[in-house]
Design a protein around this ligand. Structure first.
Ligand SMILES: C[S@@+](CC[C@H](N)C(=O)[O-])C[C@H]1O[C@@H](n2cnc3c(N)ncnc32)[C@H](O)[C@@H]1O
Length: 347
């Protein structure tokens, strides 16, 4: 701990707050050291003598120097101006891991950038570069550029903890408020199917923040299923969630009952499973359908879903579009809140 001798104003505790405010407003209070309390006195470190406070003694005291954390990782980097402008302003933090995308021009500075991020976030232990999620299991190539060689981490949101392996499973911290929003819509006693559950963040959020009867959480990825089972246990929702390692296309064979609510978070491909989803739907079923799509294609996608619904004897009586985040120029991660209602003449 570093100490510094500095001029200080000695103020009785009873006067401390108004004097602190007075000093701060006039920029007399030093912020590079911490205020000192001794007995019934507070010692305010000052950079010059206040003219209007003659009743307080001024003495020299030894103060602890504050360690000032840089506000932003960019402050720690010296780069040519044109490259500085290309530094990303946003990135994801999953548990103790920063996931960042860098343009090719900054690739040679990746280690420096990684170390700057480590220094700015006290809970971060690893920084990695990421490619976009790809493939059927929606995983991504990652390259660790700074910190510990780990890809398994524990992410916390709304008091829940999710074990995630960022190299082998999908997880998006940016969907936290969407998960919470969906959970608030669930009515007591609902039967829910999470068709593409991953490490089970939607299922667990619902199980903890609503009172469903049961949630079937399906995923095809073995690693995701192992973590989903662990997460269900860790979040004390073993009674509510049944984790199933399977292909969603077999849902009709696997799910023993009809669902009041179905979650379909498989952007780009969810529409291929819409017919399967309706085959396990109750006569009135809410579907939370997610996609990554250009704005001008949304209506077309809804029309296609309506056609599929018709072949299954359903009408989409309500479709609400939510833009959740932008994904690429002109492309959005969207959620559709769908109400599917079975035609009266269909058994
Ligand atoms: C975009 S992730 C969503 C995961 C999770 N719902 C979440 O929000 O974090 C899609 C998930 O679907 C799974 N998946 C892809 N195809 C599948 C299929 N045919 N059957 C079951 N799961 C599948 C992937 O393994 C991945 O975990």
């Amino acid at each position: 701990m570093t100490k510094k001798k500095i001029k200080a104003l000695c103020v009785p505790l009873a006067h401390a707050e108004p004097v602190r405010r007075y000093l701060k407003e006039r920029k007399l209070l030093r912020e590079d050291v911490t205020v000192l309390k001794e007995g019934t006195c507070i010692f305010f470190p000052i950079n010059r003598t206040p003219e209007d406070l003659p009743n307080y003694t001024i003495i020299t005291k030894s103060f602890e120097v504050r360690t000032i954390k840089p506000h932003c990782y960019k402050d720690l980097l010296t780069l040519p101006k044109n490259l500085r402008e290309e530094l990303p302003t946003s990135y994801d933090v999953v548990g103790s891991i920063v996931l960042i995308k860098l343009p090719q021009s900054l690739f040679r500075y990746r280690k420096k950038i990684g170390n700057a991020l480590l220094e700015t976030h006290k809970n971060v232990r690893t920084v990695c570069l990421i490619d976009p999620v790809s493939g059927e299991l929606r995983t991504r190539n990652i390259t660790i550029v700074a910190g510990e060689n780990q890809t398994l981490t524990t992410h916390t949101e709304y008091g829940l903890t999710f074990h995630v392996d960022i190299a082998t499973t999908y997880f998006s911290a940016r969907l936290a408020s969407e998960r919470k929003r969906v959970a608030t819509q669930v009515k007591p006693g609902e039967i829910i199917v999470d068709l593409f559950a991953g490490v089970a963040p939607f299922s667990i959020m619902i199980a903890r923040y609503a009172q469903p009867k049961i949630i079937f959480a399906i995923d095809k990825n073995t690693e995701a299923i192992t973590l989903a089972k662990y997460n269900v246990k860790q979040n004390h929702v073993l009674q509510t969630i049944e984790v199933i390692h399977a292909d969603a296309k077999d849902a009709e064979k696997i799910i023993p009952t009809k669902a009041d609510r179905i979650i379909m978070n498989l952007p780009f491909s969810a529409y291929k499973f819409f017919s399967v989803a309706l085959s396990i739907a109750a006569p009135i079923c809410k579907v939370h359908y997610y996609d990554i799509i250009r704005e001008e294609d949304i209506e077309g996608r809804i029309t296609a879903l309506k056609k599929i619904a018709k072949t299954k004897g359903y009408t989409l009586t309500e479709v609400q579009v939510h833009k959740i985040k932008s994904y690429a120029p002109r492309e959005f991660y969207i959620g559709l809140d769908i109400t599917a209602t079975k035609h009266a003449d269909v058994a």
